[in-house]
Design a protein around this ligand. Structure first.
Ligand SMILES: [Zn+2]
Ligand SMILES: [Zn+2]
Length: 419
């Protein structure tokens, strides 16, 4: 290999620039070579630096010996960097990684000094070279692959503190949950009084409810992943008082800073089931990418509800059946319910009821089954919410009706959206 490899730029120019750089002080092969990185490809920067030095020596130039004035000896001491990174990585399971560098002010200044001599147009910055060189060594030590798109772990070399930090990216798992018990919210719900700090109202738990679907699932799986935290992203949510039955509600859980990321998901389903008997179950778990969180938040699923209704006046079964039939195929105009006005914008939503049937009638209690667009508030559909929901069952009956219990028995959506 020779200076011929440097392509069509005037070779004399390159050699002359290299000579000027070496006059400033001792410089390592990496730092010299990377000043000409964009002139030729197929040669590593340190090899390029080495060739240039040979050429200069052959011309009788005396090169200064010692610690590189540009990187302050960083590249000659690369192993220290690499072993710090490997040490930190040992705690984590991963298949792909990426190396990033926070360059210190002094090194940035040296970088600018050398660009004044050599020009910056063909140069590759210190951090690009460092990222690649450390990356290559991690690849060969661990057999894992550097991934520029979606690395599982990012190794950050902080040249200010001379420490290595890791940014461990989350694991995402898609599945469906069923909730068999009423009174459990989907996610942690902070106490309204103290907003999580703990007060008398919440018995110093900081929470409105003792448990949630999120916490129950997390309790069973977070430890297995050796993660820091788990967040549940649901495809909509049911009322706290409603059970979630049928095939369950789609969700994605995000496990933050996982130490492990390749667990047997069937075993985890079993564990969740055993530990939360009669409360929560998860099925169909599969590993997915981060993008799935936004996707399931976007999907509108049709819902089927089983609704227990109490009639406040004497109503004939035939009249009730008539009123219910009128709801079938109807678009409901629903102004934001009074009970959620404090957290939702006040506007009118249109939601369709696809089918409404009377399942059983035993005055004053009857059971209905409703299939409708997601986002229809069922309690208000039955009560009318003071005329904010139109039409509504109470109005059609000419008598007050009220929801006693509510279950989601099915969620209908195109599963291909996900997989
Ligand atoms: Zn150097
Ligand atoms: Zn509180």
């Amino acid at each position: 290999m020779s200076v011929e490899n440097f392509g069509n730029l005037e070779k004399a120019d390159i050699v002359e620039t290299a000579r000027k750089i070496t006059e400033e002080g001792p410089i390592c092969d990496h730092c010299l070579g990377r000043q000409f990185a964009k002139i030729s490809s197929g040669v590593s920067n340190d090899k390029r630096g080495e060739i240039l030095k040979e050429v200069l020596r052959a011309k009788g130039e005396g090169l200064k010996e010692g610690k590189c004035w540009v990187c302050n000896g960083l590249f000659e001491n690369l192993e220290a960097c690499v072993s710090k990174a490997l040490g930190a990585l040992k705690e984590y399971e991963f298949d792909s990684f990426l190396v990033g560098t926070k360059v210190s002010g002094m090194l940035l200044e040296n970088e600018e000094l050398i660009w004044e001599i050599a020009g910056a147009s063909y140069a590759e910055p210190l951090k690009a070279e460092l990222n690649r060189e450390v990356g290559k060594r991690i690849e060969s030590e661990t057999g894992k692959i550097a991934d520029f798109e979606m690395p599982e772990v990012v190794v950050i070399l902080d040249l200010w503190t001379e420490k290595v930090e890791l940014q461990v990216n989350s694991v995402f798992i898609y599945g469906r949950y069923r909730k068999f018990k009423r009174g459990i919210p989907q996610t942690r719900w902070f106490c309204r009084e103290c907003r999580g700090r703990g007060c008398e109202r919440c018995n110093f738990t900081g929470k409105m409810y003792a448990e949630s679907v999120e916490e129950l699932i997390s309790g069973s799986i977070l430890e297995e992943f050796k993660g820091e935290d788990m967040i549940l992203h649901g495809c909509g949510r049911e009322d706290i008082d409603a059970r979630m039955l049928g095939s369950g509600r789609p969700f994605v859980v995000e496990i933050k800073e996982p130490g492990r990321r390749k667990l047997d998901l069937r075993l985890l389903e079993e564990k969740v089931k055993e530990e939360n008997e009669g409360k929560v179950e998860v099925t169909g778990l599969q590993y997915v990418k981060r993008g799935m969180v936004a996707k399931i938040k976007d999907v509108k699923a049709d819902k089927t509800y089983r609704v227990e209704v109490e009639l406040k006046a004497k109503i004939k079964e035939a009249d009730l059946r008539d009123a219910i039939t009128k709801l079938s195929g109807t678009v409901i105009k629903q102004r934001t319910p009074t009970r959620v006005l404090h957290r939702r914008a006040d506007l009118v939503r249109k939601r369709k009821i696809y089918s409404a049937i009377l399942v059983s009638f035993e005055a004053p209690i009857s059971f209905l089954e409703l299939k409708c667009d997601g986002g229809l508030y069922i309690k208000e559909l039955v009560s009318g919410d003071g005329g904010r929901t139109k039409p509504n069952l109470s109005e059609l009956l000419g008598a007050e009706a009220e929801v006693k219990e509510l279950d989601v028995v099915d969620m209908d959506m195109d599963i291909h959206v996900f997989v």
